[in-house]
Design a protein around this ligand. Structure first.
Ligand SMILES: Cc1cc2nc3c(=O)[nH]c(=O)nc-3n(C[C@H](O)[C@H](O)[C@H](O)COP(=O)(O)O)c2cc1C
Length: 148
């Protein structure tokens, strides 16, 4: 396997009221988990009402094919590749695709990565997106444990 990582951002055009947008986002995450498990892809998807930030890792052929398919999806636009590089190990090994909707309780985590207000993806570098996604993953894991 020729392990690579892709990081991109795009503008969320899912639309609708909060409820239907959340349902639309859940649909994206569930199809992604199904396909990515099949294709040996792992990663994370962060979103708010305006932007998507996504990390895809896996074999270069598999993630390129998936990225090309994602880029054509009408549920987002301005799909902008931030990074596509070889990596030595996966950062999201146990996540076929973790989806995190930004919420006020995550404020501090975003602040730790220099994001105080609205996300401006043009000001972010790929390394920050990956580090933010890892911290959000740890946060989600803790939250699940506390609910259980
Ligand atoms: C922001 C965003 C992220 C997505 N991420 C993935 C992904 O990681 N893997 C995937 O297979 N599809 C992803 N999709 C969905 C694809 O664009 C496409 O709808 C899907 O792969 C088609 O799957 P199907 O042929 O099984 O219906 C994403 C779509 C959006 C809008």
């Amino acid at each position: 396997m020729n392990l690579h990582q892709i990081v991109y951002y795009s503008r969320n055009t899912v639309g609708g009221d909060t409820r239907s947008m959340l349902q639309g986002l859940r649909d994206i995450v569930s199809v992604s988990q199904k396909n990515n498990s099949r294709d040996g892809i792992t990663g994370a998807l962060i979103f708010d009402k305006t932007w998507f930030l996504q990390v895809l890792e896996g074999d270069v052929t598999a993630i390129t094919r998936t990225y090309d398919r994602i880029a054509k999806d009408a549920r987002h636009g301005e799909v902008t590749l931030m990074k596509k590089e070889p990596i030595s190990e996966r950062r999201f090994a146990d996540w076929s695709m973790g989806g995190t909707m930004r919420s006020p309780e995550m404020q501090e985590i975003f602040l730790n990565h220099g994001i105080a207000g609205a996300i401006d993806p043009t000001k972010l570098d790929a390394g920050t997106v990956v580090a933010l996604a890892q911290d959000l993953k740890a946060f989600e894991a803790g939250r699940k444990a506390s609910v259980a």
